[in-house]
Design a protein around this ligand. Structure first.
Ligand code: FES
Length: 200
């Protein structure tokens, strides 16, 4: 009788264990697919800036449409790699000077700190990143995340959820300057700006 119960438990285990493993896998897979493709990612809102050094980046008119200039912005913890891009239309958190539209974005991926590349050719981007976009984007070589400069650095593909932090742009004479950065500076800072160190 006891042997029969034992056999029954073993038989149950042989049946339920693979079912539980398969169920767990499909649950994980479903959540992953939802997070990667279906769950809406946050749109960049009105930036909150933290004042910083004034760094000259380019002269007005130096960049053509959809051209990007890499630069480094000095921070206490080391230089922040960034891109300044000239866009065909205003972007949230960017700078517009008449018909000239610019945005400066951190190059540090908000997923896991990899350095982003600029992908000016969407066709090449669709091969390299397996992501077809209607315009140039910033792509991450680590897990193929993508960010759209025209949407203020919004994450549009892959694992990243948060948009790229923007750098504040100002014009002085004919020169465009970076004069601060958005807070929180993801992924270096995850939460809100420290009290008293930010301004609207
Ligand atoms: S580190 Fe950029 S997508 Fe993962």
């Amino acid at each position: 009788m006891r042997g029969g119960k034992k056999n029954l438990r073993r038989r149950d285990l042989v049946f339920y264990l693979p079912v539980a493993v398969a169920g767990g896998f499909f649950l994980w897979f479903g959540v992953r697919v939802y997070n990667l493709g279906l769950r809406e990612r946050p749109r960049p809102g009105e930036p909150v800036w933290r004042e910083g050094p004034r760094v000259a980046v380019v002269r007005r008119g130096e960049l053509g449409l959809w051209e990007a200039r890499p630069f480094e912005y000095p921070l206490a913890q080391g230089p922040l790699r960034a891109f300044l891009l000239r866009l065909p239309a205003p972007a949230p958190g960017g700078l517009s000077l008449g018909e000239e539209h610019y945005i400066a974005l951190s190059r540090i991926c908000t997923h896991q700190f990899c350095t982003l590349n600029y992908v000016p050719d969407p066709e090449a981007g669709s091969l390299l990143y397996n992501f077809r976009h209607k315009r140039p984007f910033l792509g991450c070589p680590c897990h193929f995340g993508a960010f759209d400069p025209l949407l203020g650095g919004k994450a549009v593909y892959g694992p990243p959820r948060h948009p790229l932090p923007r750098l504040r742009l100002e014009v002085e004479g004919e020169t465009l300057l970076a004069t601060g950065h958005e807070v929180p500076l993801r992924p270096l800072e995850g939460g809100r700006a420290p009290c008293g160190r930010s301004e609207a």
